[in-house]
Design a protein around this ligand. Sequence first.
Ligand code: ATP
Ligand code: MG
Length: 394
Amino acid sequence: MDIELDSVIVRFGGEIGIKGEWTRRRCQQLLLRNLMSTLGQRKLVPKAITQKRGRIYLRTTKAKTTALELTKVFGISSVSPARQTSSDLKAITETTLEIAQTQVDNEKGFAIRCRRVGKHPYSSMDVCKELGKKILERLKNRNLRVDLVNPDIIISAEVRDKQAYIYTERLQGPGGFPLGSQAKVVVLLSGGIDSPVASWLVMKRGCPITPIYVDNTPFTDERTTDRALETAKKLFEWAKGFPRKTYIIRNGQNIQRIKEKAPKRFGCLLCKRLMYRIAERIAEREGAEGVVTGEAIGEQASQTMHNLRVLDDAATKFPIHRPLLGFNKTEIEKLARKIGTFEISTRRAKGCMAAPLKPATKAKLEMVKEAEEKIGITEMVEKAITTSETLDLS
Ligand code: ATP
Ligand code: MG
């Protein structure tokens, strides 16, 4: 039977660790708040919390589930389910032996690692030597060997002041900064592969998101809408405790108008410029600081470096952020899998039927603006805003 793990080590050194005192404290507070919302929602509230520099130690009867849940909290670099004991070397040895009994199989190579902060009558090296020696002695009949280069298992002791934590597992967190440590942004979320990944990347750096989905029905269908809302829900799994407000913009009539009244090759550019304008209005209403899209250089005709400038011209009040600008498709897909949106984004759905066969890759800005005058862009934005709907995706 496994030894009962009673603690979780939460690490958040990295970039947070090198910030000035004030920023570091604020990040830690936010991290703790987000961690508690995450665990609270899963009914995993810890029994006790100890905060130290670069670490939060949790006491819990559900160490493994708690640790797993925390791998989705931004700012956390890694977590380890652990067994707590006192920093007395004898206690550390006993606990480590108990763990080794259940975790180290016959004939295996093992390594001991120790990390120590505080005043103790021994060094980290002393701990490693003592633990290695005792394991070999006590588990003699298992034919174990110390292997520091390519061990089958690593047993780690983290000694922090009067406590010590013994563990064998380290789960990777997303790193970055706690959600809420940066200003909110709105994201143009289509539900395709790219825009959810772009959203996640800004969340990772601390920005809470408000998604905007532009519903192009009848040029797309309800599967396209479901897909977008499902990706938004998936993103919100990384944002426990934050609002889940999502905007839906009814855009079918606008597209119809663009199709009827504007040069075909400008169709996508006009549609995107319209989306930017709508997004700016919502950003203003929501008190957000920017608009995020999933565009990457050259990924579509509307995303040539030239056309990105044509698009940018439509945004007058907010920066358009494109976290994927330099990403290859395979890199984006890899991230989408990790986030959990890939499977949703690749479900069958109707692609936009209004997209022209020969879109402009180098549109003349003046001509695009003329076309906008003709279709009555200002009215279209107004109508889109007044008919917009919001959903709470809880
Ligand atoms: P994605 O994979 O992100 O859906 P895409 O490859 O289909 O994008 P485009 O259609 O050119 O590329 O869209 C570029 C960006 O415009 C998207 O990443 C997204 O930010 C935004 N966008 C496109 N369609 C919509 C939509 N229906 N609703 C909201 N935003 C959209
Ligand atoms: Mg794309």
